[in-house]
Design a protein around this ligand. Structure first.
Ligand SMILES: [Zn+2]
Length: 331
């Protein structure tokens, strides 16, 4: 599931590429992807709106539209955005010809000039935009659930193999209410050792479970919670309210560090996550415990263990992350 770094990276790429573009139309191929309002209203409301900003709140991607509206996108398990330059066409004939394929894979996109390199210049991509690959692979265009056409000829696809992703359209005035449940942004000024202490002392749940609670801190999921706990040398089953001052200080710093590294590496792509050019992020190569079960700990060489905490697989080093607070022995 995309977590904060993956959503942040996508937001930065989109910000550099689509701000100022106007949506001419949208097509919906999987109806449940549109969570609010109903599809007819959604399509009517989208038309002619200019993209004014791209932001992130927790794991939600927010696209500001003219007229004080915004799109709120939650990618859930496998949702991705893919930006196609001018020249791509859409073939929806499998809707009638092959309904089984249509239901799974959605429409077919093709580029009549696919042999030509697709450069970052096409579609008036800003010079600040991350470099587009030489070609966008056709496979990246499968599983399209919603397709936004831009006035400048580009197409923004929301692809989602697992179909759990949701796109909603809200008035800006409803934003505060919509995100009232969410805790502080870990890369923002409200996330401090003091705010983390206040959140943890009220909770007896294992620290791993607690970090996944979006009320405690926004945007953390399974990957970065495991990595942050390893970095802070805290056992994932420690009850949240038993962490001492030093441990909370370390955990606060570790959460920020692993998220920033994730963004720098373009996100973690061990399964479905891709960037807006269909490319994988490289952060999976930098994992220290996540998905490294039985492989040697990079610090002490002890095999990494995997347990289930609140139905989520959890990876940790039994030596570097002791069950109890480390006893410091005076020499
Ligand atoms: Zn270790």
């Amino acid at each position: 599931m995309p977590e904060l770094p993956e959503v942040e990276y996508t937001a930065r790429q989109l910000r550099a590429s689509v701000i100022g573009a106007t949506m001419s139309d949208a097509q919906v191929f999987w109806e449940r992807t549109i969570g609010y309002p109903d599809i007819a209203q959604f399509l009517t409301q989208i038309k002619g709106r200019r993209i004014e900003g791209v932001r992130r709140r927790g794991k939600f991607l927010l696209v500001d539209l003219s007229g004080e509206y915004f799109l709120s996108i939650h990618r859930r398990m496998s949702g991705n955005f893919l930006l196609l330059p001018m020249g791509w066409q859409i073939d929806t004939s499998t809707r009638e010809n092959d309904p089984a394929r249509w239901s799974v894979k959605g429409p077919i996109f093709y580029n009549e000039q696919a042999e030509l390199p697709v450069s970052a210049d096409s579609g008036k991509v800003s010079v600040m935009a991350p470099i587009a690959p030489a070609t966008i692979s056709l496979s990246a265009t499968t599983h399209c659930r919603v397709c936004f056409s831009l006035h400048d000829g580009r197409t923004l696809l929301f692809t989602d193999p697992r179909k759990f992703g949701r796109i909603e359209l809200w008035a800006k005035s409803q934003e505060d209410e919509a995100f009232a449940f969410m805790g502080p942004e870990p890369l923002g000024p409200l996330f401090t050792p003091i705010s983390l202490t206040e959140a943890l002392t009220r909770r007896k749940t294992p620290i791993k479970t607690t970090l996944l609670d979006q009320e405690v801190v926004a945007g953390l999921g399974n990957i970065y919670a495991d990595e942050a706990l390893f970095d802070a040398q805290i056992h994932p089953l420690r009850p949240a309210n038993t962490l001492n001052h030093d441990e909370i200080q370390r955990l606060h710093a570790s959460i920020i560090a692993v998220l920033q590294l994730g963004i720098e590496h373009g996100g973690t792509s061990f399964n479905d996550y891709r960037d807006i050019w269909g490319e994988e992020g490289s952060n999976f190569d930098h994992m220290r415990v996540y998905q490294r079960t039985n492989r040697p700990c990079l610090t002490c060489a002890t095999p990494i263990e995997r347990i289930t905490v609140a139905q989520r697989s959890t990876h940790y080093c039994p030596i570097c992350q002791p069950t109890h607070q480390k006893q410091f022995i005076q020499v």
